[in-house]
Design a protein around this ligand. Sequence first.
Ligand code: ZN
Length: 186
Amino acid sequence: MKPGILVIDVINDFVSGALGSERAATIVPNISMLLDHARGIGMPVIYITDSHLPGVDREFDVWPRHAEKGSEGAQVVDAIRPKDGDHHLLKRRYSCFYATGLDALLRELGVDTLLLTGLVTNICIQHTAADAFFRGYRIIIPRDCVEAPSDETQETSLNYMVEMYRAEVSTLEKILRENLLKEGTA
Ligand code: ZN
């Protein structure tokens, strides 16, 4: 397998801002460790973040305004800002595959396995997992690198992705210990 990491919506508005929470903040150090590991072995790192157009995006019919294009709230949190060599795509829907060019980028990078990290488990992570499954990608989710508004929501969503998309739910510790991401293994 050739894995790549998606870092989804770890932005100011979802961690400390308009729609932020302590639960969301807990995953940031874990993602940081995973990213250090990934960059160390040359694994592609792809950030994808909300960048909404006020007055246009229908998501604001559902949610309070957040992550408006170009705003501070739409920026990746300082602790895990993208580094040279990382990729960064913008999205306007829950799914990272919708009108972002992600699929083409992954194919150009040769990535066939997606490590999903970020926010929020039952919304953008789950919609992205669906589209990843439809396109034939293997899905791995370190459970301590994704977060939802409650334990129950988190577990329900993870179970759904296991059942429907054969997502492999793991942990940061297990991934690092077993070196699961080494290219060509598993
Ligand atoms: Zn949004």
